[in-house]
Design a binder for this molecule. Structure first.
Ligand SMILES: Nc1ncnc2c1ncn2[C@@H]1O[C@H](COP(=O)(O)OP(=O)(O)OP(=O)(O)O)[C@@H](O)[C@H]1O
Length: 258
């Protein structure tokens, strides 16, 4: 099966610093890939390049085989790349329910005809309610987004991403800053997405227990380079990863596939 999302020799420089350095990697439907690496390895920058928040210095990003390198974040979102945890995407003065309904509506409008818009309205509300339920936020449906505690804001970001029904789900440290009782809600949700079997899921995560429990594959970045890629157990045990986490220079790429 051809990959859903792919980067070819993707590179970005900030002045003299190469934050993502020639990363070639392909991601397939029905898989969850964890992207790990030490602080400053380039994980979030790699995400930003794929979702269009940053423009690459060189290299390409392909979605369904099409080169989308020239598209910005909005164009890529429209094409089906979903990114959670951009807190700035919330409308702070709308309620939690309205935020998710708008996302369902944005998704629906892309498909609806003008005449069907009115009847669709009820569907959007139903869809918003469904996704709020999924992230355990039904109880705060009428609360202003701005008034939510941090953990709930992050859950709302996931609900918004889900209501947009993307084909690629990008999670950047989805449980960071959450209380212990909130973490399982998000992990269960990611598990459910994965069980669907058709989504392409990318996860940047520091917590190795979370990575171990969710990932089919681990990609390791170190100093902006892809230094390991393969089965979780194999990658975690590999000397190149042990070295990367100890802050020493990795010597070789191991266990490459995909
Ligand atoms: N806009 C920018 N301008 C200059 N340097 C940047 C910029 N964004 C990121 N960097 C640098 O690029 C490198 C990679 O940063 P990035 O945030 O992608 O790492 P990370 O692996 O996500 O780290 P962490 O796990 O700490 O979040 C870092 O050295 C960072 O300082």
């Amino acid at each position: 099966m051809p990959p859903v999302l792919e980067t070819r020799d993707l590179t970005i420089r900030f002045g003299g610093h190469v934050a993502v350095d020639g990363v070639s990697c392909a991601f397939h439907a029905g898989t969850l890939t964890a992207i790990v690496g030490p602080n400053g390895a380039g994980k979030t920058t790699y995400f930003n390049l794929m979702s269009g928040q940053l423009a690459a210095t060189s290299g390409q990003t392909l979605l369904d085989g099409d080169d989308i390198s020239a598209l910005g974040a909005a164009g890529r979102a429209q094409r089906g790349i979903g990114r959670a945890f951009q807190i700035t995407n919330l409308f702070p003065n709308l309620t939690v329910g309205e935020n998710v309904r708008l996302a369902a509506q944005a998704r629906g409008r892309a498909k609806a005809s003008l005449l069907s818009l009115w009847s669709s309205h009820r569907d959007w509300i139903a869809k918003a309610d469904h996704y709020l339920e999924e992230v355990n936020l039904s109880g705060v449906r009428d609360t202003l987004a701005a008034a939510l505690p941090h953990g709930d804001k992050r859950k709302l970001e996931v609900a918004i991403m889900m209501a947009l029904e993307p084909q690629v789900f990008m999670f950047d440290e989805p449980t960071a800053g959450m209380s212990v009782d909130e973490v399982p809600v998000i992990l269960d949700l990611i598990r459910k997405l994965k069980a669907d079997g058709t989504k392409t899921i990318l996860l940047v995560e520091h917590k190795m227990d979370v990575v171990r429990s969710l990932a089919d594959r681990i990609v390791v970045l170190h100093n902006g380079r892809l230094v390991a890629d393969g089965e979780p157990a194999e990658v975690i045990a590999s000397p190149v990863v042990q070295e990367a986490y100890l802050g020493q220079a990795p010597k070789a790429v191991e266990a490459t596939h995909g």
